[in-house]
Design a protein around this ligand. Structure first.
Ligand SMILES: [Zn+2]
Length: 423
């Protein structure tokens, strides 16, 4: 493989080649209907104007124009670009001090008294300059991108006031321009009750519904709205009000549901036609059924379970039985999942939640694209879709989940431009 780079993302770069042929590769297209991975052995891809024009066995490759760029992938595997559909990667500070205290035996209350917990991230994020949020967010997003991520969802939720929430969304959008990763933004104003609304929960929910959501819509900064339904966060009734406001403004909704306790979050998400319900460790059978009927996707977040040492497994068998599609994401955040490796996430999904390697990979490609409403554009290697893909130094796609974060990403292509290439 050549070391040439055609990014569109680094300053010196020109535009991607109009036509790029990737040959001598095995393809995990993730298109359902064939074998588990939608495998094409000895395959090739023809990319034109940023989209996949043709995909199939190399022996059937149609002749490309004589000036087309050709990359020989030397028998490597190509997958769709990874889609990390649930992150909180823009935030100020970090919680490594709290982590250390926890491992020295401090209790939750002691950590809270020492100024830890989500409100410490809120303080650090409110105090951070936009440039600092950009720089730290960019460093984290570049790690994901180097490991195959071509699309990421980024939530707000550490501002908890109108200005800071909008600043977080603006930073998230700017990160897309800086790194070349496709960014989808989600307003998560209903993440925690800010200290200034202590004792006035209804007042804060009104702020989210009547000011935050309209402001985000007016600024064109939110692609979706999320809420955290949990004893320590917001009640199903409060989340329902946030969803009604989002729906009235034409925004799709998602929900942090049933992570620590069964709050009926899965059913609530389904009732509101949510794109996804996320976490779901404690979701019950009725919730799973409701999700299946509503077409709500289950986003599983093994990083949080691992970091919090919670051994409760989401009802994966019930999701399979009822046909709820399973997505997998990093949940990258400073408090409960400081997980910067999407490939390690695949491994955790298999080890902790007992997904198969194929389910984990489809969960971070095809199904994750569905959770973002982008299934017509990304998530599989099919003609017509955007040319977002990752090239891996493995002999079989199961290795992505098998090695604990070790599978090497040799190249990432986004919109037809090769972002990184390793010899
Ligand atoms: Zn989350």
């Amino acid at each position: 493989m050549t070391g040439r780079v055609f990014p569109g993302d680094s300053e010196e770069a020109g535009s991607p080649p109009a036509t790029l042929v990737l040959r001598n590769a095995h393809l995990a297209t993730m298109v359902p209907g064939g074998d588990a991975y939608g495998t094409v052995r000895d395959g090739a891809l023809l990319l034109q104007d940023g989209r996949i024009a043709w995909v199939g066995p190399e022996r059937d490759l149609p002749p490309a124009e004589p000036d087309a760029d050709v990359l020989d992938l030397h028998g490597r595997w190509v997958t769709p670009g990874l889609v990390d559909c649930h992150t909180h990667l823009v935030f100020g500070g970090d919680r490594s001090g709290e982590f250390e205290l926890r491992l020295q035996g401090a209790t939750y209350e002691e950590i809270a008294r020492a100024g830890g917990g989500i409100l410490s991230t809120v303080r650090a994020t409110r105090a951070a300059r936009e440039d600092d949020l950009l720089a730290s967010g960019r460093a984290r997003l570049e790690l994901l991108a180097r490991r195959g991520v071509t699309t990421v969802e980024i939530k707000s939720g550490y501002g908890l006031d109108v200005d800071t929430e909008l600043r977080m969304l603006r930073v998230a959008r700017a990160l897309g321009g800086q790194t070349g990763v496709r960014v989808q933004t989600t307003l998560l104003g209903a993440h925690a009750l800010p200290p200034e609304y202590e004792g006035d929960r209804a007042g804060y929910v009104r702020l989210v519904c009547d000011e935050m959501i309209p402001a985000a819509v007016q600024a064109g900064l939110a692609d979706a709205v999320d809420a955290f339904c949990e004893e320590i966060a917001f009640t199903p009734e409060e989340c329902g009000r946030v969803f009604d406001a989002a729906t009235a403004h034409g925004l799709p909704v998602r929900l942090h549901a049933d992570q620590r306790t069964d709050q009926g979050g899965a059913a609530l998400a389904a009732r509101h036609g949510a794109r996804s319900a996320d976490h779901l460790e404690h979701a019950g059978e009725a919730g799973v059924r409701a999700m299946a009927a509503a077409g709500t996707i289950a986003v599983l977040l093994p990083g949080a379970a691992h970091f919090l040492r919670d051994d409760t497994v989401p009802p994966v068998a019930a999701f399979r039985t009822h046909g709820v599609p399973l997505a997998v994401a990093t949940d990258l955040n400073p408090g409960s999942s400081p997980l910067l490796d999407p490939v390690l996430t695949l491994s955790l999904a298999c080890l902790l939640f007992r997904l198969t390697p194929e389910e984990a990979l489809s969960g971070m490609t095809r199904v994750a694209a569905q959770a973002l409403g982008l299934e017509a554009e990304i998530g599989t290697l099919e003609p017509g879709k955007l040319a977002d893909l990752a090239v891996w130094d493995v002999d079989h796609p199961a290795e992505l989940a098998y090695w604990m974060g070790g599978a090497t990403c040799a190249a990432v292509v986004r919109g037809g431009g090769v972002l990184t290439v390793r010899e």
